[in-house]
Design a protein around this ligand. Structure first.
Ligand SMILES: [Zn+2]
Length: 296
């Protein structure tokens, strides 16, 4: 599908219309694929025509694809890579693989990351046992010798809350003080949850707001597991994120880091799907998001 334009077009037509292709103008189902009179092949612009309103259209009309003339096979490839690459995918790689300009590749990836952003309107707060932690992500600090151990390296702070065996939400935060981190927890976690953190002082006092309580693991004294009290899930999520960011996105600026978090969270949150299913979900998310913004 990613190497053949006809296959890509038909893939997106199937995602959009299923077995019942309809006219994008009037909704009629009395429509047909236009064909070349000589060869019988599909029209080279993959046009459809409606018997009722007599108008022509393609699968691009009224979708996220309408905004560019880029081949749909490139969109197809970019969606696939963004939704399946656990270590991330750089625009530079899309440029090379699809043989398109860097500017086009950046456009594709930005549109797709935007499509993968969490749905804040329908967001159900995380619940159950929720591990919470913060880390620093991004380029190397400017002066190596000024790097402080542990927290406070001058990179971009990222906050994460993750359900055991469930969903994750990661966010760029302005800082890691108590006010900021506690309000991030309130925003993302259901009050009936049990919160697990390390013994960082910013998390102190949050327990009284959660009926499941707050358990702290004393990393500062090298305690890592106490029964089922640990932050291994959230820490492994950070490890994956950092490998992706460091390995692929050498120049992620603080300004754009949140878009990469959307992409990594999407993959984490749909890790039970196979790659094909996850790519299709990404395509559908792009469409749903566009429709919602248009209807608002
Ligand atoms: Zn029509």
């Amino acid at each position: 599908m990613c190497s053949n334009e006809l296959a890509a077009v038909e893939f997106f037509e199937r995602q959009r219309w299923g077995d019942h292709p309809g006219c994008v103008h009037c909704g009629s189902v009395d429509v047909y694929k236009m064909r070349d009179a000589q060869t019988g092949e599909r029209n080279n612009r993959y046009l459809w025509r409606c018997h009722d309103c007599k108008r022509q259209y393609t699968v691009r009309i009224g979708t996220v694809f309408e905004e560019t003339r880029l081949d749909l096979r490139h969109w197809c490839y970019a969606f696939w890579r963004a939704a399946t690459s656990k270590k991330g995918v750089a625009a530079l790689e899309i440029k090379r693989q699809c043989n398109i300009s860097y500017k086009s590749a950046l456009f594709l990836m930005n549109r797709i990351r935007f499509a993968l952003a969490p749905d804040n309107e329908d967001f159900q707060k995380l619940k159950g046992t929720v591990e919470v932690d913060e880390t620093y992500v991004g380029g190397k600090p400017r002066y190596r010798h000024q790097v402080l151990p542990g927290r406070g390296t001058g990179k971009t702070p990222v906050f994460a809350a993750v359900e055991r065996k469930g969903r994750i939400r990661r966010q760029v935060v302005a800082n890691v003080n108590g006010l900021t981190l506690r309000s991030a927890i309130r925003r993302l976690v259901d009050t009936r949850s049990r919160i697990i953190t390390d013994d960082f002082s910013s998390y102190m006092g949050i327990g009284k707001e959660f009926s499941g309580g707050h358990h702290r693991i004393a990393h500062s004294t090298k305690e890592y597991v106490r029964g089922d009290i640990h932050t291994n899930t959230v820490e492994s999520s950070f490890a994956i994120l950092k490998r992706g960011i460091m390995g692929i996105y050498h120049n992620v600026s603080q300004e754009y880091l949140h878009r990469y978090l959307w992409q990594f969270d999407f993959i984490w949150n749909h890790r039970n799907l196979n790659d094909g299913e996850r790519a299709i979900l990404a395509v559908k998310a792009a469409e749903g998001r566009r429709l919602r913004y248009r209807s608002n």
